[in-house]
Every structure is written in C-alpha cells, then in structure tokens.
Design a protein around this ligand. Structure first.
Ligand SMILES: [Mn+2]
Length: 470
C-alpha cells in the first residue's frame, strides 16, 4: 500500500510498526487546531489498531516539558504537530534510554536525527503549505490500519488541521493536502466546492458574513453594518425568512451566484485590485457528516472553534469535540469561542489605537499584559492592513508570558517569503541572541525571550530580516 502520500509511505509504515510493538504509548501533542486534530487522528488510529495509550498536551515543547514526558515512563512517545524542532533534546532522552520517539510533525527539524521521524520536509514536501501536523498524523493513521480497516474518514480532521494552520491561504489546499482531500471525498466525509471564500458561511446571518469579512475588504460593505444590509437589500432577492436574515448555507445555488456577482461588481467599481477580487471565491471544504448550520460543518469554522479551546488551555474540550462529543464539549467550545471573539476584537482595537513602531525591515508592538500571549499572534496578523500597518513589512508582537518571560509572535506574507523571508530562522536566531528560543514556519513563527529584552530582540530581528530580503 502506498498510502495517501507516497513520499511518506515507507517511513509511515516503519513508524506504525514501532507503535504496534510498543508496550505502552504516550501521545503528546501541540495545543492548537492542528495539534488537536493531529491528536484526534492519532488517537482514533491507535484505538482502532488496539494500541493502548495515554495523551498529554503542551503549548510549547521545551526542555522541561520533554523531561516531564520522559518521566511519564512510557516505552514509546508519539509526538504530533511538534517534536521535529526539538529533536536535539528528544534524541538526548532517546540515547539515555528514556523512551523511543515517534514524531509526526511538519515544523523545521532541529539538527539531530531519529529513526521514526515522519515530516514532509524530509521528503521534499513543503511543511508550511503542503502538509500539516494533522496531515502527517493522517499518513501515520493510514499506515496503522488493521487488516480490513479503513481510516480514510479521518481525512476530515486532517483537513481541519491543515486549514487551522492556514495552509489554504492561496485559495485552497494543494500538494499532499489535496490528496488527503481526495481520500476524504472517497470516504464520503468531505465535499469540496468553489464558493464564496468568506468566513462564517454556516453560522453567520448574511449581513454579518459580509460585514466581518476581513480577507477581502470591499468599501461600503466590509466593516460596515448598515452598508452590508443596504447592499443585500438592493439585490432583489428574498434574503429573510420569518423576519430573520438567512445564512449563506440557506441560499440556493442561483441566489449565491447573484450575491457573488454583485459583490464582485461592487469591488470592481470601488477599485479593489483584481488579485484581491479573485480571492473572494476559493475552494471550500464541508464535513458532510456534521449538521448543517453548525460550526463543525465548515472546515474553517471548525478550526476556529478548536483554536478557541486551545488558546484558553482547554485541549480536553477541543479533543472531545474532535472525537465526536456533540453535547457538553461542543457547548463548552462554543462558550470559549464567544469569549475568544471578544478578546480578539478588544486586542485588535488596542493595536489599532496604539499603532506600531516601524524599523527599517520590521514593524512591532508590545502589548504587555493587555493581550493574552496565546492570541497576540492572531491579533498581529489581523492588524496588518489596518490603520497604516503596512503589509510590506513583517510584524512582530510582544506580550507578557510570566514575570520572567515575554512571548514573541511574528507574521509575514507569502509575497515576503517568496523574496526570502524566513521568520522561523529570524525567531530562532534573534531569540537565542538575547537568551531565549523560538522557531516555527517561514511565514509565521514565535519565540520566548527574557523580560526586558524586547528592544535588543527587535534590533537582531531587523538586521536578520534585512539580510534575508537584501
Ligand atoms: Mn501545525
């Protein structure tokens, strides 16, 4: 069997064998949408294969965290959506006989090797756009199938993970991810379509769908409640039902076409650049087993719901939703999402008011304790394009993590990474230069540094980005 991703098949099979032979397995995963779906994919596959395991989650896999995992006394530890970047530390524990690591990850590997390392970057695939942690876990899950088993239904979660890591930012999933989509469609759990690429198609009333659209800003509609309502009222469609606005999912295909073409027309007449207008429509992914009109039916809304659990340390809630709890866990997740939205809009308002400091090659702000360190990166990404915050420079954000430590988040763009920007290297080098550590992806990365080192960090980061883009 080749599996969904032939490049990874051989390694995935070896990793699966290692797990089958283990007397006890600890599943350790990252806390974010991709990490939670990675864990759910791996947990389902282990369970179906009859391999008992325990699970732990961590926001950041540092030396202390790895030491505490080693102290759990499991023969084999399966790391999902992290582990590659910390392979040097993991390998030390392996050499000391603490545990056998199996790593299913897509982050840049540290300079060390281990036998059971499943990472797209080792096989010529792009870990930022082609395969997520959940995708790597999915390749492993397919290799773990018992005789006559079929784990292709887990493709639904793998796609949620990829979208959670924003691997669809160019209008749809590509590369290895696309093959996972195909398997999900074959298994009957997933549908893909060309559709309006705005967030909230399942759950938002139409005026809110348009008002809150932040990816493509349409003057007089985006960020404009009255403008959105007026735009819809002009369309000569029956968009209310029993006095309530309908949602995108309630519209028939011809009604959707009417709205999309009116939006495009409005964008053209308002001078929105053609490239941006094209991104109004993209590939959308629907989980067909989920109820219509719920967050879980739309892959982007599902991943946002999971992020809302993760950012508030409720991995237990997110994992339970992934594993099928549609009662208490789903209700808790929705409550966390409402709270998350409130925090995002308050944080974004703060950044817009305060503005950023512009250096030669980067721009930055320091939110101190005003923004939770777990959401400061999202807010930095959202702030780009608003109030003179230029998309031409990467943005760096600081937030208090503890009395001693500051969290750093950085966001760039694909235009910049094509010119040579690698924020993963920037975060690692600049943080190490001031006594911290970091890493991540070329387009989005993070670090932790000692308190008071923000200015020194910015100086290093500014120089490194200048060298990369020079
Ligand atoms: Mn990930």
């Amino acid at each position: 069997m080749d599996g969904p991703i032939p490049e990874l098949a051989e390694r995935a099979a070896a990793c699966a064998d290692c797990l089958r032979e283990a007397d006890s397995v600890l599943l350790a995963s990252h806390i974010d949408a991709d990490g939670l779906t990675s864990a759910a994919v791996a947990a389902s596959a282990l369970e179906r294969a009859g391999i008992p395991f325990d699970a732990v989650f961590s926001k950041q896999l540092d030396e202390a965290e790895i030491a505490s995992i080693a102290a759990c006394d499991h023969e084999t530890v399966l790391f999902t959506d992290f582990g590659s970047g910390q392979l040097d530390v993991i390998a030390e524990h392996e050499d000391a006989g603490a545990f056998t690591p199996v790593v299913a990850d897509h982050h840049r590997p540290a300079d060390a090797e281990t036998e059971h390392h499943l990472n797209p970057l080792l096989f010529g695939l792009d870990g930022a756009t082609e395969l997520s942690g959940a995708g790597a876990s999915y390749a492993l899950a397919r290799a773990l199938e018992p005789e006559g088993g079929d784990n292709r239904d887990l493709a639904a979660l793998a796609v949620v993970g990829a979208v959670g890591d924003m691997q669809n930012s160019d209008g749809g999933l590509t590369g290895a991810n696309e093959r996972i989509v195909e398997e999900g469609i074959e298994a009957g759990v997933l549908e893909s379509a060309r559709d309006l690429a705005l967030y909230g198609r399942q759950t938002r009333p139409l005026p809110k769908l348009l008002e809150y659209a932040s990816d493509v800003r349409i003057p007089g509609v985006s960020n404009d409640e009255a403008g959105s309502i007026a735009f819809l009222a002009d369309l000569d469609l029956d968009l209310k039902e029993g006095g309530e606005w309908r949602r995108w999912v309630d519209l028939a295909a011809d009604e959707r076409r009417t709205v999309v073409s009116a939006l495009v027309k409005r964008a053209v007449s308002s001078g929105v650049p053609a490239g941006r207008i094209d991104s109004l429509v993209g590939t959308t992914y629907t989980l067909t087993d989920e109820r219509e009109g719920t967050e879980l039916r739309d892959v982007s809304e599902f991943s946002t719901l999971l992020n809302a659990t993760a950012r508030y340390d409720r991995a237990d809630v997110g994992l339970a939703v992934c594993l099928g709890d549609r009662a208490d866990a789903l209700e808790s997740a929705r409550r966390l999402l409402r709270n998350h939205r409130r925090n995002l809009s308050e944080g974004l308002r703060w950044v817009k008011n305060e503005g950023v400091t512009v250096e030669e090659h980067v721009q930055w702000f320091d939110a101190g304790a005003r923004i939770r360190e777990t959401i400061v990166g999202i807010i930095a990404g959202m702030a780009v394009g608003a109030n003179g915050i230029s998309p031409r420079l990467p943005i760096i954000a600081f937030a208090e993590k503890s009395d001693e430590e500051v969290k750093v988040s950085a966001r760039g763009s694909h235009v910049l990474t094509r010119r040579g920007l690698d924020l993963s290297a920037v975060m690692r080098e600049a943080s190490r230069a001031v006594g911290g550590d970091g890493g991540g992806h070329d387009v989005a990365a993070g670090a932790t540094i000692p308190r008071g080192k923000q200015r020194a960090f910015v100086e290093h980061a500014d120089r490194i980005v200048g060298e990369q883009l020079g």
